[in-house]
Ligand binder design. Structure first.
Ligand code: HEM
Length: 154
């Protein structure tokens, strides 16, 4: 039981680091550097390619978070958990829905607009993606803090 718990929590943490850390890097380091250093014809295909690689990892992180989270929640704690886990699950639902929206709507459109070299429309899609990533970053930080510190606030 202890080994199972350790594996589930390690996977849960790893997925958190990849998703939340990746959003932090994208927002606070990559975005402003690309904005200041590159013109739209260089910047927007670069961002598309970054999203392509990062979003594949995010899908994996989302799957691992849900499976490991449910594993801890149902399998180990037998569903008897406190308010901080309910809040984490609520935040995870919103974050997953927002990420799916990014992936299937503005990100998909960004691929088409970049292929057509339509930089104005591409820039608008990137602005939408950036705003939603910022919201998800805030929610992800709160979820991670609840997951690690919430148990001490009972
Ligand atoms: C974006 C989504 C999520 C993030 C960022 C997140 C983050 C975390 C973190 C950092 C921990 C602390 C792990 C440790 O003990 O070191 C944790 C614990 C936990 N998470 Fe999540 N989590 C997310 C989604 C979920 C989901 C979807 C579930 C359940 C379906 C879940 C269930 C749990 C449970 C049961 C714990 C253990 C809490 C405790 O022992 O007090 N999490 N989470």
């Amino acid at each position: 039981m202890t080994l199972q718990l350790a594996v589930a929590i390690a996977l849960h943490q790893l997925a958190t680091v990849i998703w939340v850390g990746g959003m932090f890097f994208a927002h606070f380091a990559l975005r402003s550097s690309a904005q200041h250093r590159l013109d739209p014809p260089q910047r927007l295909p670069l961002l598309l390619s970054v999203f392509q690689r990062f979003f594949a990892w995010v899908w994996i992180a989302v799957a691992v978070l849900w499976v490991s989270g449910l594993w801890i929640f149902l399998g180990i704690y037998e569903g008897a958990m406190a308010w901080h886990v309910d809040a984490m699950i609520g935040l995870a639902l919103v974050m997953t829905a927002l990420f799916a929206y990014i992936y299937f709507v503005p990100y998909r459109a960004l691929g088409q607009r970049v292929a057509a070299a339509d930089w104005d429309a591409s820039g608008r899609r990137v602005a939408i993606i950036r705003r939603i990533i910022l919201v998800n970053l805030g929610l992800g930080i709160i979820a991670a803090m609840l997951g690690s510190a919430g148990r001490y606030l009972q």
